[in-house]
Ligand binder design. Structure first.
Ligand code: HEC
Ligand code: HEC
Ligand code: HEC
Ligand code: HEC
Ligand code: HEC
Ligand code: HEC
Ligand code: HEC
Ligand code: HEC
Ligand code: HEC
Length: 423
């Protein structure tokens, strides 16, 4: 009884899904020749060697069976050029650049249609696009900006998850660079062409491009996929904070953050930059040459003083860590037990990491509380190391004494035997 109900339900759902699918095809791929598996557009174009240069069979529209007509219109079942590509059959030919967003949007802005293929696909690309600098300028007649096909390719389109895709995270910087690093292409515009160059030498660029760490931000993680605009002043800080959560949490609560807002300073970017972010060093805080703090603070003010103190707390911890590590190596070389020392060193390393993030409280007292914990671990580790090394020498001296005792004993026995023999 129950089983019957379920199978009836399945049949009904199947019928409705197929109805939706066929309906959608009727709207978007009329005469696409779904019934005949032979796509005359491809057959003839292959024959006359006029397939588009960038065409790949893996193109998602081709592999989803959408045919060339999905974008170009026309009749893919007609074998004659005149019929296949006639205006009467809706043929649009090669569209103008300014019309491309609308062309892609015919399907991609239609949620009912797209849902059939992928239940969760977004359908806001075109609206988003027109909020970007690219979209705004396209509307004003600037035809050098990026449209859909500049970022996605035209006939080799793939989802971002496919490593061959132009929008696969590791490939995005190259996709943007085609225009943004081309000084000739960008000529006459009030915009630098060094973003890729600077980015590729940053800690993020190296992580992504060299170490293939897709957790590091590519251009689109900061600029958005379709709303590519320079992020605003406050949104940059949130953007960095979306990955570096604790740094943002600490910084947000400081008096300095409030002062930054009033002065229109750019949060994280003010100290770290944006395309050029470098790996952090403890010398970035303090009163030395590479300190960030001296850009705004002078000897005598609260910031200068705080900077000096935080630097010295961090330096104390780091240098004690290094010397404790050296002691652990000595223990290890002597073959003594270094396991607990290793654990304490790990705890201290964690304190170093936390203290460096804690710098964003810009409060020497909080930083000190954290470095103090690390130092306590290290002091314990040093005590253990000392005990192990003492133990080693103790055993060695013991070994020497017992060796001497054995020799004396042996010598005694030898002499005894000799005198016995002589007797
Ligand atoms: C029998 C051969 C033949 C068939 C079938 C055919 N084409 Fe073409 N197509 C051509 C030739 C030849 C040209 C180049 C000359 C011209 O522009 O008319 C061309 C040009 C084009 C162009 C470039 C037009 C431009 O404005 O630059 C597009 C796009 C195109 N075809 C798409 C299609 C599509 C889509 C189909 C299927 C609906 C199709 N073709 C079917 C032969 C064919
Ligand atoms: C996703 C939409 C889309 C699909 C699907 C598509 N095209 Fe195109 N095609 C375009 C656009 C847009 C242009 C305009 C030029 C450009 O942006 O590269 C174009 C240009 C062309 C051109 C002329 C320019 C050139 O590269 O020589 C030909 C020929 C062509 N397409 C043939 C085809 C054929 C054949 C198919 C089916 C295998 C096909 N297209 C499928 C969007 C599409
Ligand atoms: C005839 C309708 C149609 C047109 C026109 C069309 N697409 Fe698509 N597109 C689809 C469908 C259907 C899919 C497959 C969705 C799926 O299976 O994930 C798709 C998939 C994609 C994907 C991969 C999405 C993902 O992440 O899964 C991209 C990117 C894409 N299209 C870009 C474009 C661009 C750019 C244009 C215009 C040049 C365009 N499409 C024109 C129907 C269309
Ligand atoms: C400046 C480059 C750029 C332009 C222009 C662009 N896209 Fe995209 N698009 C991307 C990137 C990057 C992604 C996704 C990367 C990811 O998800 O990691 C994406 C994702 C997509 C997807 C997958 C679904 C989604 O929203 O994530 C579709 C569909 C798509 N784009 C269609 C379009 C259409 C249609 C246009 C034109 C209106 C367009 N794109 C213009 C770069 C671009
Ligand atoms: C087809 C070439 C092309 C491609 C590809 C391209 N752009 Fe652009 N982009 C432009 C042009 C042209 C402008 C307008 C510059 C101007 O006149 O200020 C622009 C503007 C921008 C701006 C606004 C700059 C400003 O200060 O006004 C940002 C941000 C941007 N692009 C990011 C990207 C990102 C990120 C990508 C890759 C996902 C990308 N672009 C891909 C051509 C391109
Ligand atoms: C970590 C975030 C981040 C990454 C990654 C990133 N950008 Fe930016 N980008 C920014 C910020 C923030 C600004 C705006 C700075 C301002 O206006 O104060 C900006 C500005 C720009 C501009 C405007 C002109 C300029 O140089 O200031 C362009 C164009 C641009 N970025 C392109 C790119 C490209 C291309 C990539 C990838 C190679 C990229 N960005 C990677 C954050 C990022
Ligand atoms: C998409 C996530 C993401 C975004 C957005 C992001 N980062 Fe990063 N960031 C990372 C990852 C991942 C690393 C680690 C790279 C490594 O260690 O190889 C990193 C490394 C860093 C480092 C070096 C850390 C160290 O151990 O020395 C700094 C500093 C940094 N980011 C600052 C920023 C700033 C400032 C912004 C905003 C302009 C930002 N990040 C935006 C993911 C992100
Ligand atoms: C871009 C400028 C700028 C940089 C760089 C900068 N500060 Fe500040 N800082 C300010 C401003 C503005 C104030 C608020 C006005 C004031 O108290 O001098 C402030 C205030 C402070 C305060 C006092 C907060 C309070 O409780 O009154 C401390 C502490 C401080 N900064 C530490 C630092 C340290 C440490 C560094 C380096 C890691 C640093 N600052 C880098 C601009 C900066
Ligand atoms: C006033 C200057 C200043 C501001 C503002 C600032 N930082 Fe830092 N940041 C530093 C200094 C100094 C260091 C070096 C501390 C160290 O590594 O010992 C550092 C180190 C880092 C590190 C590496 C250490 C760690 O925590 O892993 C990251 C990541 C980082 N900052 C991210 C951010 C983010 C995200 C923001 C914005 C929410 C931000 N910073 C705002 C000065 C600043």
């Amino acid at each position: 009884m129950c089983k019957k109900k379920i199978s009836l339900f399945y049949i009904v759902s199947l019928i409705s899904v197929s109805l939706i699918v066929t309906n959608s095809y009727q709207i978007y791929a009329v005469d696409s020749g779904q019934e005949s598996t032979e796509d005359q557009c491809i057959i003839c174009h292959t024959e006359i060697d006029y397939m588009p240069d960038d065409f790949q069979e893996y193109d998602i529209h081709s592999s989803e069976g959408l045919s060339c007509t999905g974008c170009h219109g026309g009749d893919s079942s007609a074998t004659e050029e005149e019929d296949a590509m006639s205006a009467a059959n809706g043929f649009v030919g090669s569209p103008d650049k300014k019309d491309i967003p609308k062309l892609c949007g015919r399907c991609h802005s239609n949620i009912e249609f797209m849902r059939v293929f992928q239940p969760r696909i977004a359908t806001d690309q075109v609206t988003q696009y027109y909020t970007s600098t690219h979209g705004e300028k396209l509307l004003k007649g600037d035809d050098k900006v990026a449209v859909c096909t500049n970022c996605h390719s035209t006939h080799a389109i793939l989802p971002a998850t496919d490593p061959r895709s132009t929008i696969y995270p590791l490939n995005v910087p190259k996709t943007c660079r085609k225009c943004h690093s081309n000084a000739v292409y960008m000529k006459g515009r009030n915009i630098p062409t060094n973003q890729y160059e600077i980015y590729s030498r940053s800690v993020h660029g190296e992580a992504l491009l060299k170490h293939r760490d897709i957790g590091a931000p590519a251009c689109n993680d900061c600029h958005g996929n379709h709303g590519a605009t320079p992020p605003g002043i406050t949104s940059v800080t949130h953007l960095c904070g979306s990955c570096h959560v604790n740094n943002l949490e600490f910084f947000r609560k400081t008096l300095m953050a409030r002062a930054f807002e009033e002065l229109d300073f750019h949060g994280c970017e003010q100290c770290h930059g944006y395309h050029s972010v470098q790996r952090a060093e403890i010398d970035f805080v303090g009163v030395g040459q590479s300190s960030f703090c001296l850009k705004c603070h002078d000897e005598g003010d609260a910031g200068y003083e705080a900077a000096g103190k935080m630097r010295s707390h961090l330096a104390d911890l780091v240098s004690l860590y290094d010397s404790t590590n050296a002691q652990m190596l000595k223990v290890r070389i002597k073959g003594m037990n270094d396991i607990d020392i290793g654990y304490l060193l790990q705890d201290a390393k964690q304190s170093i990491i936390l203290s460096r993030t804690m710098v964003h409280t810009f409060d020497p007292i909080q930083v000190h509380a954290q470095t103090r914990q690390g130092i306590e671990h290290l002091e314990k580790a040093l005590d253990l190391a000392e005990a192990e090394i003492d133990e080693y020498y103790y055993r060695r001296i013991g070994f020497v004494y017992s060796s001497i005792a054995f020799v004396i004993l042996g010598l005694g026995i030898f002499l005894k035997i000799r005198t016995n023999k002589k007797q």
